[in-house]
Write a protein that binds this ligand. Structure first.
Ligand code: SAM
Ligand code: SF4
Length: 332
């Protein structure tokens, strides 16, 4: 008998799994990681590709059909294309995507393409190499730009650019990024700065809001109109320029949370299952995977975790508690 789909107590269907493959990274974005002294998870505590594949197969048997691989920086994990190939071959997976900072993309793009990957989100906040270094504390801007060029050349698509929107910092980048995207046929997704940084720097006053960016873009480039998303559960609010050239999107987690449509579960690189980016509790899956549990037991654990899912994060309330792990350790 086919398994019942993963529906939580608020009626939300879960078909989207994000797998973090590492908590390591080759740059140090200030809104995610500390500058130095990061304590990474011991390698033995990180799930193997086989364990990730097994978990993904079980999740797919419960109706998951979309998988995104993320991190930390997923391309620092050796032979990532092998995992992509394993996941892409699971029957029932309709969509596989990767989120990367792009530093190692140029050198790995061909292998990733050959493994079946097409959808890419590349993280790039600025076209300005000096500001890139200020944000990431590393001089790798040229490699990210080369990575995007290589991905375009190989025919990846859709390619989206993730740009984190921090107030009093990236205002000069909003319009140039949109122009860059319009010229290359890539969508820029502006992501409101979220309270997931390792150093507790976030406060609401540091968030560059979607509405402010929309005004800047309309004033400098031209009028935009909202695009109804064919997938009503997609987190981004999308707009297109009325001149017909290009689209942009906003992940407005702070000003317009999309929790009511959330369809995601997350597996951390150390094998913890999370029902929300902001969850303060996790379910240990690694213990099951390494302790000889059968698929039915893992299925039950996934269902139980989803049943605990809350209605939404409460970033905008006094009760909000930031999760104990920062973005790089959860998997963004
Ligand atoms: N290293 C890859 C990267 O940077 O794309 C994948 C992991 S990273 C944690 C995933 C995404 O999280 C990034 O693309 C970045 O846009 C976003 N991100 C990281 N810290 C954030 C924060 N504090 N607020 C909003 N978005 C954040
Ligand atoms: Fe690394 Fe991505 Fe975090 Fe930046 S956002 S420090 S690239 S994991």
């Amino acid at each position: 008998m086919p398994e019942a789909p993963l529906i939580d107590t608020f009626g939300r269907l879960h078909d989207n799994l994000r797998i973090s493959v590492t908590d390591r990274c080759n740059i140090r974005c200030f809104y995610c990681m500390p500058e130095s002294g990061v304590k990474f998870t011991d390698r033995h505590e990180i799930l193997t590709f086989e364990e990730m594949e097994r978990f993904a197969r079980v999740a797919v048997s419960l109706g998951v059909s979309k998988i995104r691989v993320t991190g930390g920086e997923p391309l620092v994990r050796k032979d990532l294309a092998v995992l992509i190939g394993k996941l892409a071959r699971i029957e029932g997976v309709k969509d596989i995507a990767l989120t990367t900072n792009g530093v190692l993309l140029a050198e790995q793009a061909q292998d990733l393409y050959d493994a079946g990957l097409r959808r890419l989100n590349v993280h790039l906040d600025t076209l300005d190499a000096a500001r890139f270094q200020q944000i990431t504390r590393r001089d790798e801007h040229h490699r990210v730009m080369a990575g995007i060029d290589k991905a375009l050349e190989l025919g990846f698509g859709p390619i989206k650019i993730n740009a984190v929107a921090v107030k009093n910092l990236v205002e000069p980048d909003i319009v140039p990024l949109a122009r860059y995207g319009r010229e290359r046929g890539v969508e820029i997704r502006y992501i409101e700065f979220m309270p997931l940084d390792a150093q507790g720097l976030w406060d609401k006053g540091k968030v560059l809001l979607a509405d402010t960016m929309l005004e800047m873009l309309a004033a400098e480039i031209g009028p935009l109109e909202a695009v109804p998303d064919p997938d009503p559960r997609a987190p981004a609010l999308e707009y297109r320029f009325l001149d017909g050239i290009g689209k942009i999107g906003f992940i407005a987690s702070v000003s317009r949370p999309f929790c009511l449509n959330c369809n995601r579960i997350r597996l951390t690189s150390d094998g913890q299952l999370r029902y929300c980016l902001f969850a303060v509790e996790e379910t240990d899956v690694k213990g099951l995977l390494r302790g000889g549990a059968g698929d039915d037991e893992i299925r039950r654990t996934i269902r139980t975790t989803i049943q605990k899912k809350w209605l939404g994060h409460e970033i905008n309330t006094a009760q909000f508690v930031a999760p104990p792990r920062p973005m790089y350790a959860i998997g963004g």
